[in-house]
Design a protein around this ligand. Structure first.
Ligand SMILES: [Zn+2]
Length: 231
């Protein structure tokens, strides 16, 4: 059972099994409990959300804000969970005024001012991405307007240093991808600077040493932003 005042040890263990990148200790657990009290989970397509699923999502979502606090996830309460990847209808008018419509198949989506939408299958089984950290990183990015790869930086941080580190890394990444080189990071990161920020945030928490080795300047900026130095 998921109590109001604590998450039972057995439930926490079950929910975080396989998530070896999560730090040990009570701090994350306490934040996850606050997160669960504040956010509302909705199962889509008939999905029944178990306590273990909620705790698993909460634990991963709280990792980026472990040293920032829950206020950084203000402005929305809903977390919609689909059993698997979900389709969204896109429409876009081109320069000639022709409206194009197509379906996108997504593992996750963060809506500006709205909920975070997740595929449980991707969250639980996709070893190549961390859809929870990814979508919540987008939420941080959206705190100061459109998702553009620049979240609100702390006062002591240098905006120019952030911009320089991310621009160099992003351009180098897109270039390597174009030349067919192995990019290590998910190629999806090349879609947009905001996707690069979300994907490299996943890497920062899941594979910090390798992230530091490959992207030292970006790693440094993320360390200052998240106020964490993952082990
Ligand atoms: Zn994304």
């Amino acid at each position: 059972m998921l109590g109001r005042h604590r998450i039972e040890d057995a439930l926490w263990r079950e929910a975080t099994r396989g998530l070896s990148f999560l730090p040990p200790g009570e701090k994350l657990k306490r934040l996850a409990l606050l997160f669960l009290a504040e956010k509302q989970f909705v199962g889509a397509h008939g999905l029944e959300i178990s306590d273990a699923m909620r705790v698993s999502i909460a634990a991963q979502a709280c990792l980026p804000i472990l040293e920032l606090g829950l206020d950084w996830y203000c402005g929305f309460t809903g977390i919609v969970v689909y059993p698997g990847d979900f389709r969204v209808r896109r429409t876009l008018a081109d320069e000639a005024g022709v409206v194009h419509e197509w379906d996108d198949e997504l593992a996750g989506e963060a809506m500006p001012g709205g909920p975070v939408v997740l595929s449980w299958d991707a969250a639980a089984n996709d070893a190549h991405m961390n859809v929870v950290i990814h979508e919540f990183a987008h939420k941080l990015d959206m705190l100061n307007g459109e998702a553009d790869g620049l979240p609100p930086l702390h006062r002591e941080m240098d905006r120019a240093a952030w911009a320089h580190a991310f621009r160099e890394a992003y351009e180098g990444f897109c270039d390597a991808l174009e030349r067919g080189k192995d990019t290590w990071l998910d190629p999806y990161a090349a879609e947009h600077p905001s996707e690069f920020f979300a994907v490299v945030s996943e890497a920062f928490f899941e594979h910090p040493a390798e992230t530091r080795r490959r992207y030292p300047d970006v790693y440094e900026q993320l360390r200052l932003f998240y106020r964490q130095e993952p082990p």
